[in-house]
Design a protein around this ligand. Sequence first.
Ligand code: IVH
Length: 714
Amino acid sequence: MSNAAKVKANMAPSSFDPLPTPMVRFETVTSSVRYHPSPMAHADILARLIALKDEIRRHDYLYYVKGRPEISDSQYDRLFRELIDLEHTNPELVTPDSPTQRVGAPPLESLSKVPHEQPMLSLDSIVDQEEVQAFNQRMTRELETPSVEYSAEPKFDGLSVELVYDYGMFTRGATRGDGTTGEDVTVNLRTIRSLPLQLQAQSGFPDHLVVRGEVYMRLDDFQALNRRITERGDDAFANPRNAASGSLRQLDSTITATRPLVVTCYEIMALSTPAPPTHWEELEQLARWGIPVPTHRRLCASIDDVMAFHRETESIRDRLLYEIDGVVVKVNRRDWQHRLGMKSRSPRWAIAYKFTPRKEITVVEDIVVSVGRTGTLTPVALLKPVEVGGVTISRATLHNADEVARKDIRIGDTVKVERAGDVIPAIAERVPIPDERRSVPFLMPDHCPMCGSNVGREGAYFYCTGQLVCGAQLKGAIEHFASKHALNIEGLGKKTVAQLVDEGLVRSLADLYRLTKEDLVRLEGFADRSATALVESIAGSKAVSLDRFLMGLGIRQVGQHIAKVLAREFTSLEEIMAADRERLLQIREIGPEISDSLVAYWSEPRNRDAIAQLQTLGLQIAPGLAKGDRMESLLAGKTFVFTGGLDHFTRDEAQRAVETAGARVASSVSKKTSYVVAGRDPGSKLDQARMLGVPILTEQEFGALIGEEKGKPS
Ligand code: IVH
């Protein structure tokens, strides 16, 4: 990406008020040498560099923070190009605070943890007027004064950061983390154009300053970013907050540099010189140093002023270019803030006065049922299109049958729609009218709307039992069937499955065994050899053990472990298919949910047909367990809990080893736990194990038990 594009991607809003689309700058900034300096003395170069950097910094501030540029884009370009070229010929003079350094640094392995100088507290939040009054009463009572002056500003919906300036230079920045320790995102923060890399010096600056602010993304930038990444085939971010967080917590800061992040600061957390006496003056001081602060803010002489500010801010909320979810109200005087002190996690002197979530009224035109990849049926309300917070919404998930019943949503109802987390539409509530004027209650269908198979039920969730025959589930079913712990068909991964189904070569599981080399070579990415290899590995899967076959069917609740339990209990697939609920419930590890799921599965004739077809095509199901399951009898049904770090296994490998042995991994220790494996720096689970008398294994002992070479001491 060119410098120009990187820079453009980082346009910032310059003030709280809605802005026109930002103008385009840096049209032609490249690193090509267009500036031809005559030989300059070193001191002159240094002086010119300093002057250039100051000048560019000033224009960045005017443009990105103030929104009032003083020079044209091309004049700016010329300055920037001159700086690039001077630094290019004098690389030893490049400083980290140079405006050219905002393009990102080499990728990191991981984000390191940094302790905060001061704890980063959170805020208590309130939503209604009575609570605001109560807050004010608490303040006046505790401060023993008739009225308190407040400073009010927007509550930005982003992620909180700590920014450290030493001798005026931005030296470190971190995310909030758990409030005590955050992640070091310095290099990523450097790419944010509205964040000054150096403080403005007119009024002098402190040796040390720690400020807190919020990093967020504008809505239009967020939408454009999502378009960009979905076109590439990546998943969209759910909302601007996630997008900001994902972008800031990148290991590769050159990616962050392409993400349109902005920052606004709202607290001085530490200062080497005496702090201004009020929050209001604190913000003014920050602004003088060139740090962006909320421009929309109000000094409120009384709590009534605070409420007016809240009302007005809420009324312009939808016209703003970025998300805010309330107003933060702070006692203005800092000496009073100190007197009030704090609770364990939040200050007593400030409160987040949230907005009511956005809701709009519309009509349910229909309720349809969609079938997911794993067969779950989800009721979806089709709505008369309505705009909620700038987005047109025409569908809303009703989640599941219980939710529909609880909210009692029927076709024709008038409902209030909200954007939960401000992105995924949901029906908040129904606008009540007399029942006789409403349509009949919605009921989930008995048959899958996609394939007509019987519908099964697990609590509030309904699902299509035709795992092997349902079009909606076909890709997922084949992927699962072919996966490592099932039929283990090499070369049949997600991508190939999608190709086979999309090209119409595979319409059922049985079709897999009808594929020929000739079919495959026609597909993109296949050559003679790979086509032969896949046909062979499909053919090779025809001899399969009962447990793996059961696992491959994708019956709900029947994973690897239960498949093994069943394969041990019964000698053939036919026997399992014939077992009724009572028979299944006699098995120690099988409860009502698993047995119901099995019975529902076999009672769908099309599943039986699909299995019969596989057998006709040569699939041989051998009784018993797959080879390599010799540990089975010893460890079957046991429960392992891990604590601390392992040296010879990743957690995934350890879990797989345990499961292959017919045991399972649990996350907490109880009397029923069979073993606790204690690795490096074990946590409280080890103490619990000791207390409950649960056997404790070292990693080596675990390795020996599992019989894995890699677990043995090296
Ligand atoms: S002041 C000790 N001011 O809201 C005071 N926080 O729910 C600490 N936030 O974690 C926070 N805008 O990330 C403050 N103008 C603002 C804010 C703000 C957004 C966030 C902040 C905090 C969260 C608390």
